[in-house]
Structure formats: structure tokens, C-alpha cells
Design a protein around this ligand. Structure first.
Ligand SMILES: NC(=O)c1ccc[n+]([C@@H]2O[C@H](COP(=O)([O-])OP(=O)(O)OC[C@H]3O[C@@H](n4cnc5c(N)ncnc54)[C@H](O)[C@@H]3O)[C@@H](O)[C@H]2O)c1
Length: 418
């Protein structure tokens, strides 16, 4: 079997340095790695991972190997692989099949290569591994002990599979751990999305009208950071409670049809399809910029944009100019793929430290659980709290403990007004 396939093996040295830099900022995963190295809880497992191939993922891979697992890795997005990191992983002997700029056929071919290793556990980001196993490789489903899922869109799909009875093995929804989505989706996506927009455009955000589609965990992080840089933020939503939250956080709220006419920059992070459509682009100002940070490149209608345009050129890396038939120019970042990974480096290592600690502990949980049902599991509360505890400790932050009196007070109902 082919050992690995990456863009350029000569990038390995740079990749090793990147991984070393990330690992310095991932203390929780380091602790788990050291324990795994002694206890080998993953011995005997073959892991197939479909994750963004970044320096932080390389640190996770190292921890999983220390735990005794065999692993094969492919990218979870055609445009998010860091080629130097992929080269370094291949240099370490990891079976990695990933490079930046894959077409759809290459992307799925790499998924197949990873599945050829006959995994017993899958680690997914967006449910493409699970989807491929359930649609094209069903005879292999019996080998699967369990899996993990990293992102909201993947969890939504897996819950749909569970509902209609088609999910054939258990999956732990890592995304839904508090120590994942409250930090990764909010602060990670918030900072790295702004980072991607700035690297692609180098525009000033202060004073700009910045439209964020969605006010979920990712989108509220993006709105918060854009506001911090002096942008005038507008939120579009479909859920009344979230719209109300945005409003009371001091943001303007309106439908996308209205926001389209006033925005300078538009960012989608909804997990939904065709959030910005042709009819909205028809109203946009000359020079408006669009980017997406949701999992799939379906949130901005690229088809609609192409129908309106008669020419397209690349102005800078990850910045495409569409010339519209009416003379306006509209700009799309990173082909509408998640801008924080395609135009920047994804979430900072400190945040991935917690997400990937959950991945590592959830893999161990699957390894040790005798019989799990084919359904979507939440990360056990003890593991989630352990990650928070270790993270605080690594930052030298102490917190209080309940006194005996407080424990008693909080668990009884007799004491009223005094
Ligand atoms: N870029 C990254 O690194 C990264 C990281 C984590 C998650 N994600 C992805 O980002 C997406 C959002 O994840 P999340 O955790 O914020 O989800 P979420 O469910 O917390 O938030 C999504 C929000 O979008 C809103 N929404 C849905 N359709 C809409 C529409 N047509 N117009 C306006 N708002 C709409 C929903 O009401 C919801 O409030 C998912 O695809 C997820 O997989 C990306």
C-alpha cells in the first residue's frame, strides 16, 4: 500500500519547526501524550483521520501514536492542508494523504486511501469519512468500534443519520463538548477568520460595515472580534433568540436582503446553504468582499456570482475579483471555502489544545468502552471538566473550591429568607 502522498517532501524541515512551535502552546495535549506514552490505551486500534492537516493536528497525531494507535490521515477540506506539515508527518512515517488545492476527485481518493487501512476508529471533521463508509464501503462498517466528530456540520449530519436509523456505529460528538465549542468555535473561529480576511486583503476594518451571517458559536466570535477592531457590525439570523442576543450585545440586526446593500464585508458561518445568493449580490456595493467560515463552500452562492459576472481574476493569493456585467466588482476570498484555514492557519494552537484533548480522550473512551450503541454520544462530563481543569492549571490559574457549608447549602432546600 502507498505510504503517503503529499505535495513536496522537501518542505519537511519547515513543517517540523511549525509542529514544534504548535506543541509548545498545547500543554494539555502534551500531558495526555505523556500519559498515553506510558499506558498505551489505544494499542491495537487503527485510526482513520479526516482532519484539517495543520500543525496542531500533527501534535494530536503524535499523541495518538504515543497511545499505541496506528493512524492514516487525510485532509478534511481541499484547501486547508499545510503542505509543510503534511511533508513533516510523511517524514515521521505517518500515512498522510493530503495537499493544498485538491480537486473533488483527489479529495475523495485520499479519503479512500485512508479507509484502505481498515480502521477500527474514525476521527472526522465534517462527516466525509463516515459518509463514505456508509455509502460506498458498507461492507467495512462491521470493523468500526467507534468514531469522533469535530465540527457542528458533521454532528448535524450524524444526528440526521441516527434519526433515520442509518448510522451503523457509535460516534462521540467532540464538537458538543463545552471545552470545544465555547472556545474553538467562538474564540478560535473569531480570531482566525479575521486573520484570514486580513491576510487575503490587508484592508482596514475600522469604520467598515461588516455583515456576519449567523449568530451561533462561530459567528458570534467573528462579530465580537470585528467589533473589537472598530467595524460597524450587522448580524443576520433566522432564530429569534439568537437575533435578540445579537441586538442586546449592541449589534444591528436585519435580513440579508437589507444588509446586502450596506455591507462592505460579508462573512457567513451558519452551516447552511445559499445564505448569500444572487439576488443579494445584485444589491451589493461596488468593491464588497465576501468570505465564508462555515464548514462547506455552499454558504455563498458561487454559481450565482458566476452568473452575474463576465470576468474573473486573481488579485492576490486567496482574493478573487469578479467583474459583474453591470460594471461593479465583487470580491470572494478563498473560493468560498473556510477562510480561516484556507487564507490563514486555522485556530491558534492554544484553542486546538482543548479541542484535540477532547479528541484524544474521546478516542481513549471509545477504546475502553465495552459496548457502545450506534448513536451519537456526548463527550462524558468528567472528560470535558478534566480538559478545563488541565487548561486552567497549564495557565497557572487557580479557582475556589466549595466549602462543606456551601456544598450543603447548595444541595438542600430548607433555608429560605433569613
Ligand atoms: N472555520 C472553522 O474553523 C470552523 C470551526 C468550527 C465550526 N465551523 C463550522 O461553522 C459552521 C457554524 O458552526 P456553529 O458552531 O457556529 O453553529 P451554530 O449552530 O452554533 O450556529 C449557526 C447559526 O447560523 C444560523 N443560521 C442558519 N441559517 C441561517 C441563515 N440562512 N441566515 C442567517 N443565519 C442562519 C443559525 O440560526 C445558528 O444561530 C458549521 O458549518 C461548522 O461546522 C467552522
Amino acid at each position: 500500500m502507498e505510504e503517503s502522498q503529499v505535495k513536496d517532501k522537501s518542505l519537511a524541515q519547515q513543517g517540523h519547526l511549525q509542529i514544534e512551535w504548535a506543541s509548545k502552546h498545547m500543554p494539555v495535549l502534551k500531558l495526555i501524550r505523556n500519559r498515553f506514552n506510558e499506558e498505551k490505551p489505544l494499542k491495537g486500534l487503527t485510526l482513520a483521520a479526516c482532519l484539517h492537516v495543520t500543525k496542531e493536528t500533527a501534535v494530536l497525531v503524535d499523541a495518538l501514536i504515543a497511545g499505541g494507535a496506528k493512524i492514516a490521515l487525510c485532509g478534511s477540506n481541499p484547501l486547508s492542508t499545510q503542505d509543510d506539515v503534511a511533508a513533516a508527518l510523511a517524514d515521521k512515517g505517518v500515512h498522510v494523504f493530503a495537499w493544498r488545492g485538491q480537486n473533488t476527485e483527489e479529495y475523495y481518493r485520499c479519503i479512500d486511501k485512508v479507509l484502505d487501512y481498515k480502521p477500527t476508529v474514525t476521527l472526522d471533521d465534517g462527516a466525509d469519512l463516515v459518509g463514505t463508509l456508509h455509502s460506498k464501503r458498507q461492507s467495512e462498517l462491521k470493523n468500526l468500534k467507534g468514531g469522533t466528530e469535530e465540527t457542528t456540520t458533521g454532528v448535524i449530519r450524524l444526528r440526521a443519520m441516527e434519526r433515520d436509523g442509518s448510522l451503523k456505529y457509535p460516534i462521540v460528538a467532540v464538537n458538543d463538548a463545552y471545552t470545544k465549542y465555547l472556545f474553538d468555535n467562538r474564540y478560535g473561529t473569531g480570531q482566525s477568520t479575521i486573520d484570514g480576511i486580513l491576510r487575503a486583503t490587508n484592508i482596514l476594518l475600522a469604520g467598515k460595515t461588516f455583515v456576519v451571517c449567523g449568530y451561533g458559536w462561530c459567528s458570534r466570535g467573528i462579530a465580537m472580534r470585528a467589533q473589537g477592531l472598530g467595524a460597524n457590525v450587522i448580524v443576520t439570523e433566522v432564530q429569534p433568540i439568537r437575533a435578540l442576543e445579537a441586538l442586546m450585545n449592541g449589534l444591528r440586526v436585519m435580513p440579508i436582503a437589507e444588509a446586502a446593500a450596506v455591507g462592505d464585508i460579508f462573512v457567513t458561518a451558519t452551516g447552511d446553504i445559499n445564505v448569500i445568493r444572487k439576488e443579494h449580490m445584485q444589491k451589493m456595493k461596488d468593491g464588497a468582499i465576501m468570505a465564508n467560515s462555515g464548514h462547506f463552500n455552499v454558504e455563498i452562492s458561487i454559481k450565482g456570482l458566476e452568473e452575474l459576472s463576465n470576468a474573473k481574476r486573481t488579485m492576490r493569493p486567496n482574493l478573487e475579483e469578479y467583474s459583474l456585467k453591470d460594471g461593479r466588482k465583487l470580491y470572494l476570498l478563498a473560493e468560498g471555502r473556510l477562510v480561516n484555514l484556507a487564507a490563514a492557519e486555522g485556530h491558534p494552537s492554544e484553542v486546538m489544545d482543548m479541542s484535540f484533548a477532547n479528541q484524544a480522550l474521546s478516542s481513549e473512551y471509545i477504546a475502553k468502552s465495552p459496548k457502545m450503541q450506534p448513536k451519537v454520544y456526548v463527550v462524558p462530563k468528567e472528560l470535558d471538566e478534566k480538559v478545563a481543569e488541565l487548561k486552567l492549571k497549564s495557565m497557572n490559574i487557580m479557582i475556589d473550591e466549595l466549602t462543606d457549608e456551601q456544598k450543603k447549602y447548595l444541595s438542600t432546600w430548607e433555608m429560605g429568607t433569613t
